[in-house]
Design a protein around this ligand. Structure first.
Ligand SMILES: O=C(O)C(=O)Cc1ccccc1
Length: 296
């Protein structure tokens, strides 16, 4: 609680008390009340209690220790790429991906008064999504833990010329004046969120395909990745994401974050995963869930 700027603490305390009264309704997220992840929790489950957590690890711990039934974590954005390093957070978390959720991200510039804004404080992802708007006006981006936390900080410091880039709700919660709305550099500014749970869950019935997300590390031999991927091609399993990421001092891009259509138990998927495992040092399944937005 003490990590948050003072204007956010009373709201955080209220939400924490509501979550403690009924953890089954609580959805933990990283950030202060009014952050995009707060909006995502309410959009995904309107009757939930959004539980603000200062760091991603705190949101994951809240699910692990039973303070919240689920966590909702931003993973990638259509304008600015990867948001959270889930491949670092998830494997050791012991949690399962049970759903995905897409939120249209709308950024507002807000301040305590009408002084021209010289610095915009916000989450690096939000600053990156408004890069052209800020640059064209000579506004200096300043990184902070999250968007709404930045708004609470501006409301607390009341320094003339400081602004925050945050959702409209944050301006309301922390009593800031709106300088501009929808300052993101493109209209199709979407963030994909993953919903995490202690227990795996069968994908909900629905029109879209089932998705499965997993991590793997290929053996460091020629053509290992090519051969590891071959099983998906020969079995007709559609791969919608393959991202390499760096972990450890090897600096060899051999670890990957992958999304496919289908799930274990599908014969074609099982055959493809068997070939993947043969050419990999390890494979870590993170969860299966219904596709929430078609991959066009
Ligand atoms: O800081 C927030 O509002 C977050 O929830 C993180 C974030 C920031 C920008 C886009 C999506 C999520």
């Amino acid at each position: 609680m003490e990590n948050y700027p003072a204007p956010a603490r009373v709201i955080v305390a209220d939400l924490a008390a509501k979550a403690a009264a009924d953890p089954s309704r609580a959805i933990a997220y990283q950030g202060a009340p009014g952050a995009n992840s707060h909006l995502a929790a309410l959009g995904y489950a309107p009757d939930c209690v959004p539980l603000p957590c200062f760091a991603f690890e705190d949101a994951i711990d809240a699910v692990r220790n039973g303070q919240a039934a689920r966590a909702i974590i931003p993973i990638e954005n259509s304008l600015h790429g990867r948001v959270a390093d889930m491949h670092f957070l998830l494997p050791e978390s012991g949690l399962h991906i049970i759903d995905e959720y897409f939120l249209r991200i709308r950024h507002c510039l807000m301040a305590v008064d009408d002084t021209p804004v010289k610095s915009a404080i916000s989450h690096p992802q939000a600053l990156g999504q408004c890069r052209h708007y800020l640059r064209e006006r000579g506004i200096q981006p300043v990184a902070y833990a999250d968007t709404a936390g930045a708004a609470a900080l501006v409301a607390e410091s009341r320094k003339p010329g400081d602004g925050a880039v945050a959702p409209y709700l944050a301006a309301e919660l922390y009593g800031l004046k709106l300088v501009a709305e929808n300052i993101e550099d493109s209209d199709d500014n979407m963030t994909r969120f993953l919903v995490l749970s202690r227990e795996p869950k069968m994908p909900e019935p629905g029109a879209g395909p089932v998705m499965t997300t997993f991590l793997f590390e290929v053996k460091n031999v020629p053509a290992a990745l090519y051969k590891a991927m071959g099983g998906f091609a020969t079995n007709g399993v559609n791969m919608t994401k393959l991202e390499s990421y760096q972990r450890g001092a090897s600096f060899a891009a051999t670890e990957f974050f992958c999304d496919i259509e289908g799930m274990p138990g599908d014969p074609a998927v099982d055959r493809a995963l068997a070939e993947l495992e043969f050419h990999s040092k390890w494979v870590r399944m993170l969860g299966s869930y219904r596709q929430a937005r078609p991959r066009t």
